[in-house]
Design a protein around this ligand. Structure first.
Ligand code: X8Z
Ligand code: ZN
Length: 619
């Protein structure tokens, strides 16, 4: 008995090649195909459960929903990691291109890779869920106790309220208070964020990437190095526009606010730009408007005075997509979406679009207040929804944007068609502003679109430095403000320290949503828009084009959307635009009249800024 077992053990530990009769058959292409079919089915099922858990966690923040979403996420990451590792046995095979692409996309599918160790993976998913929940619960209670939690009598504001206040308030001291009040939300996240980066990096390394940032940069059908170089190329194309806009805006702010806006180094204090993160500046149009500009309509005011409900605002968006031939949204969309902040519980108000079951159960989660920003955001989010619906017939691993920047660009490319002519057609304004309004309208657009570019770039520059270890937790905030100075030319309104964690006050950091996608989208959207305008037969100045009602434009768009991620993104770009790379020339063409004007305004004036020795100091 004992001897028999010893022999058996010896046989079992022999290398398989010594026992030709027992050797595993080398895997075939058919095996790889079967493996992938099962993998996709299994991950689809887990993914749908994950989406349901996440939906509840974000629309009903409690300790329980936080744990449930962490657990669902943990299962997805665990199984994906296993499948990536099992799939390595097919690596040497010559697979058909579609199948090969699926293996690649499987490996790149985790935004938050985790170590292949149950305890550590659980820790990571819990830390990550807690960061997201903290952001969602975040409030500023003026006059309340320090730390932002609600005082006995203090009225508290969530980020959706604060967004509106940053847009409207014109008292620099009050703006600085709101700014500092909200930014307190970050500090308690710092240690957990450091742990999150450490654990996620360990997971990325196990998958064969240098770190989590390198994994993210590998998701663009080119090497991570080529991707970084491409971003630099695009930034070089648009940086001159930003510099002109920055200089002009800064001068108008100094005129308005005097010393509160005037820094010797030429930077702009970050609280004066109409937005919590100084990422889009359209809300301060009134301050920077050219003196001779004709009176401009205020879409937010129109929506509010006409008492448009959140649902009606979303319906305007749907109406646009339908006018170019896209489908009516499913009934469940209207039943299951969240359009306004519920009164009785904490939710994540940052806007998002969901494809819960990857078929027709699509939903929006927004906290609409009826501002002009909301009107644009709704179109942005519906762009995601129509992408989901268009690629739902693709196999699961191809149900995605051609790259993540495409996903972010669709709704915005449609929103560029919200011209005065369009607003008149749908009855929101009575009169089309005169031709002299073109330039002011372009300026307002530039305050959102051009101002966004350096912000869109610096967020992931910071995260890549964190993931690569170049920036350590002790220097998180300094690195953040160095990048804000360098790219945006903005400075903190009040002194900061390393006890603050200002990155945590921006949704995408605690939510771990990669951000380079928005920079890309800022460029792509003008390429897509120009292509749709051409399809619609339009040939005038680009900034006056609206593709509202154009079926050929809609067909162009839908054909690209339906491809999902089945092909490398340059193929999708080519199908839609005839161009096979990202190119800011469409954006430059759109803004050219404004650029000429800005250059004239800035003639003889100082442009640019010098970065400071201590970026954490307000002055
Ligand atoms: O996060 C978003 C969308 C959801 S995907 C509302 N955006 C970025 C941001 O708010 O920071 C849209 C523009 C940039
Ligand atoms: Zn988006």
């Amino acid at each position: 008995m004992r001897l028999q077992r010893a022999i058996l053990t010896a046989i079992l530990t022999l290398p398989l090649t010594v026992l030709p009769g027992l050797a595993q058959k080398a895997p075939t292409v058919a095996d790889a195909q079967a493996f992938m079919t099962n993998a996709e089915a299994e991950l689809l099922k887990l993914g749908i459960m994950g989406q349901r858990a996440e939906w509840v966690a974000e629309t009903y923040i409690t300790g329980d929903t936080e744990i449930l979403t962490a657990a669902a996420n943990e299962r997805i990451i665990a199984r994906t990691t296993e499948l990536v590792n099992e799939g390595r046995k097919f690596e040497a095979l010559a697979l058909p291109p579609d199948l090969k692409r699926k293996f690649l996309l499987l490996k790149l599918s985790l935004t938050m890779p985790a170590p292949n160790n149950a305890k550590l993976r659980e820790e990571l998913t819990q830390v990550s869920s807690s960061l997201g929940a903290d952001y969602g619960k975040g409030k500023y209670c003026p006059g309340g106790p320090a730390g932002g939690s609600s005082g006995a009598n203090a009225k508290c504001f969530g980020i959706d309220d604060l967004d509106e206040q940053m847009a409207k308030v014109r008292d620099p001291r009050q703006l600085a208070e709101i700014w500092a009040g909200w930014h307190k939300v970050g500090a308690p996240m710092k240690d957990r964020y450091a742990r999150f980066a450490e654990l996620s990096n360990a997971g990325a390394k196990e998958l064969g990437f240098a770190d989590t940032g390198a994994l993210w940069r590998s998701n663009y059908d080119m090497t991570p190095e080529a991707f970084s170089a491409d971003l630099e190329r695009l930034w070089a194309q648009v940086e001159p526009l930003y510099k002109e806009l920055h200089a002009y805006t800064r001068r108008q702010l100094v005129k308005k606010y005097g010393a509160a806006a005037d820094r010797k180094d030429g930077m702009i204090p970050a609280h004066l730009l109409g937005n919590m993160w100084a990422q889009e500046w359209g809300n301060i149009y009134d301050i920077v408007a050219p003196p001779a500009a004709p009176a401009m309509y205020d879409l937010g005011q129109i929506l509010q005075s006409r008492k448009k409900t959140a649902k009606e605002i979303v319906q305007y968006g749907e109406g646009f997509f339908k006018s170019i031939g896209l489908q009516t949204l499913p009934g469940t969309f209207w039943d299951r979406s969240q359009f306004t902040r519920p009164a009785d519980r904490d939710v994540v108000c940052h806007a998002s679009a969901w494809d819960i079951d990857t078929q027709d159960d699509v939903r929006l989660k927004v906290c609409v207040h009826g501002t002009s920003d909301d009107f644009i955001t709704v179109h942005h989010e519906l762009g995601h929804i129509y992408y989901y619906l268009a690629y739902k017939k693709q196999p699961p691993l191809f149900q995605n944007g051609a790259n993540d920047g495409f996903h972010e660009a669709i709704g915005d490319s449609i929103a560029l068609s919200i011209t005065p002519e369009y607003l008149k057609k749908i009855g929101l304004i009575e009169q089309i502003p005169p031709a002299q309004a073109d330039l002011p309208l372009l300026l307002r657009k530039a305050l959102d679109k051009i101002a966004f570019l350096p912000f869109g770039l610096m967020i992931d520059k910071w995260r890549w430095e964190v993931f690569s270890g170049q920036v350590k937790p002790a220097g998180y905030n300094k690195a953040w403000w160095e990048l804000r100075e360098k790219y945006q030319g903005v400075a903190p309104p009040v002194d900061r320290t390393e006890a603050d964690f200002d990155p945590g006050a921006k949704y995408h950091i605690p939510a771990n949503t990669p951000y380079a996608r928005y920079f890309l989208a800022a460029v792509y959207q003008f390429q897509f828009y120009r292509a749709m305008c051409r399809a619609a037969g339009y040939s005038g100045p680009l900034n006056r084009c609206s593709v509202f009602g154009s079926k050929p434009a809609g067909q162009k768009l839908e054909a690209m959307l339906a491809m999902g991620q089945s092909k490398p993104w340059p193929d999708a770009m080519k199908a839609m635009t005839g161009e096979d790379r990202a190119d800011a020339s469409a954006m430059v063409e759109y803004f050219q009249p404004l650029l000429d004007w800005l250059k004239q305004q800035n003639k003889g004036e100082k442009t640019g800024w010098t970065v400071s020795a201590d970026p954490l100091k307000a002055r």
